[in-house]
Design a protein. Structure first.
Length: 430
C-alpha cells in the first residue's frame, strides 16, 4: 500500500492465533456465568470491573460474586437474568487470543444466535446436568451444523448440583452423540463443568477426577483451526480500489480486500470475475510492507501486471479454479423479520462485496430444527429456517457454503426499511 516498504520481503510478526467462539444453550444453562468464569480465572478482568460486579451482585442480593454480570450488559438482561442481545468479549492467554460471542438461549432469539455464530471457529453448547438434553440443545447443535462451525464443545454444566455424578455426564454424552450423528459436525468434545465454582473451566476439577481429559480453557487454547481455512480455492472479493494520485505514489493502483480463500502470491495467474480478464499478481501489499503471500483472513491490496477495469464487487480467483457465476441460487435462510418471507418477495441481496436485487422464486420447505424434518410451508416466520430458490438481478460468484463460508453466505435486506431480514447459506447455483 502507499508508503509501504518495497524490498520484496515479507514482514514477519509473531502473533497469537485468534479463535472465535460462540456460546449457546437453553435459558439458565449458565452461558454468561461460564464466560465470566473464563475471564475471571484467566485474569482477564480489570480490578474496577470486578469491583463493579461485586457491588452489583451485593445490591441485587445474589449472595455470591455473579460473574454472569460481566456479559449481561443490558438492563433488561440483568433484570430478567437472561441473555437477549449478542455480547462480545475479548481476552487472551499467552498462547491464543479469543473473541467470545455470548448468544441468547431463547427460541425467539434464534436470529441473534445465527448472527453471533456466523463467523465462529468453535461453538460451546451448554447443557444443564439436571435437565439433560433439551429441544434448545438440539436446536443449537443443528444451527452450529448448519453454519458449518467445525468444532463443537458440549459443556455439561452445573455438575455440582448432581454431586459430580459420572453417570449423569455419560448419559447426556451418549444421548447427544446419537443425535448429532445425524448432523455434519466433524469434531465434538464433551466436558463436565461447574461454571459457578470453576470446575474444569480453567483448572482441572478435584471433584471430577474420573474425567481424565483437559479442562475447557486448555482445549480452547490447543484446538487446531488452521486446517479449517479453505487454502485450496483462491477467492478475493474486491472491497476498494486504491488510487492515491499523490506525487509520491502517482501511478499506484491497488485492489484492497480480505482474502476469503486460497493462498495468493506474486506471480500467480488470476482471473477477474465477472469480466473474465486474466492477469498476474505483480505484488501484494500489507499494512507494513510487501508480502510474499496472503491467505485467509488477511486484509491486503493486490497489484496486477496489467491495467484492468476492476471495481468493488468484482472477485479475484485462480484461473483454473473459478467459483460458480450464476443469477439463480438454492439456499438455506434463517428469517429475521417480523414480516414473513413469502414466494415472490423482493429484496436487496449482499454477497461478499457485491450487491444486487433478488426475488424469492420458491420456498421449498421449512426445517423443524428439533426433529430435522422438512415441512411444507407457504411462508417463513421470524426465526424460522427454510430452503429457498432465489433469482438475482446480476450474476453472483458463489461457492457452496460447506466449501467456503465467506463466498457461500449472503444477507437479504428490506429495501424500504434497510433492515437485514435474512441470513443465507448457498447450497448451489442453478
Amino acid at each position: 500500500m502507499p508508503g509501504a516498504a518495497t524490498n520484496g520481503h515479507a514482514v514477519r510478526t509473531r502473533t497469537r492465533e485468534l479463535l472465535r467462539i460462540a456460546t449457546a444453550g437453553s435459558v439458565d444453562d449458565g452461558k454468561s456465568t461460564l464466560i465470566g468464569r473464563l475471564l475471571h480465572d484467566s485474569k482477564a478482568i480489570l480490578e474496577d470491573q470486578l469491583e463493579h460486579v461485586a457491588q452489583t451482585s451485593e445490591r441485587r442480593g445474589d449472595g455470591y460474586l455473579n460473574l454472569a454480570l460481566l456479559t449481561d450488559g443490558l438492563r433488561a438482561e440483568r433484570e430478567q437474568g437472561i441473555t437477549i442481545d449478542v455480547a462480545y468479549r475479548y481476552f487472551q492467554t499467552p498462547r491464543r487470543k479469543f473473541i467470545i460471542a455470548d448468544t441468547p438461549g431463547h427460541e425467539q432469539y434464534t436470529r441473534n444466535m445465527v448472527t453471533g455464530a456466523s463467523t465462529a471457529d468453535l461453538s460451546i453448547v451448554l447443557v444443564d446436568a439436571r435437565k439433560g438434553v433439551s429441544e434448545q440443545t438440539r436446536r443449537h447443535a443443528y444451527i452450529a451444523s448448519l453454519l458449518r462451525i467445525p468444532h463443537l464443545v458440549v459443556c455439561v454444566n452445573k455438575m455440582d448440583l448432581v454431586d459430580y455424578d459420572e453417570a449423569v455426564f455419560y448419559s447426556i454424552l451418549d444421548e447427544l452423540t446419537d443425535w448429532t450423528a445425524r448432523l455434519q459436525i466433524p469434531d465434538i468434545t464433551f466436558i463436565p463443568i461447574s461454571a459457578l465454582h470453576g470446575d474444569n473451566v480453567v483448572e482441572r476439577s478435584d471433584a471430577m477426577q474420573w474425567f481424565g481429559a483437559a479442562p475447557l480453557l486448555y482445549h480452547l487454547e490447543h484446538v487446531v483451526i488452521a486446517p479449517d481455512r479453505n487454502l485450496a480455492d483462491v477467492r478475493f472479493p474486491v472491497q476498494w480500489v486504491i488510487r492515491p494520485m499523490s506525487d509520491e505514489h502517482h501511478d499506484y493502483r491497488g485492489y484492497a480486500g480480505q482474502v476469503a480463500g486460497g493462498v495468493l502470491r506474486p506471480g500467480c495467474e488470476v482471473v477477474v470475475l465477472p469480466s473474465g480478464r486474466r492477469t498476474q499478481i505483480s505484488a501484494i501489499d500489507g499494512f507494513s510492507g510487501e508480502l510474499e503471500a496472503a491467505f485467509p483472513t488477511m486484509s491486503v491490496a493486490l497489484r496486477f501486471a496489467d491495467e484492468l477495469d476492476v471495481s468493488r464487487g468484482d472477485m479475484i480467483v485462480e484461473a483454473e479454479d473459478p467459483p460458480a457465476t450464476a443469477k439463480e441460487l438454492e439456499a438455506m435462510v434463517c428469517w429475521m423479520s417480523e414480516q414473513p418471507l413469502r414466494p415472490g418477495g423482493r429484496y436487496a441481496i449482499k454477497h461478499t462485496t457485491r450487491s444486487a436485487r433478488a426475488v424469492v422464486d420458491q420456498l421449498e420447505h421449512r426445517v423443524d430444527v428439533n426433529t430435522l424434518a422438512h415441512e411444507q410451508a407457504s411462508e417463513l416466520e421470524l426465526n424460522e429456517i427454510g430452503r429457498v430458490h432465489l433469482r438475482c438481478s446480476v450474476p453472483l460468484m458463489v461457492d457452496p457454503y460447506w466449501r467456503n463460508r465467506t463466498t457461500g453466505s449472503f444477507i437479504l435486506i428490506d429495501e424500504v426499511t434497510n433492515d437485514t431480514v435474512a441470513a443465507g447459506m448457498v447450497l448451489g447455483a442453478r
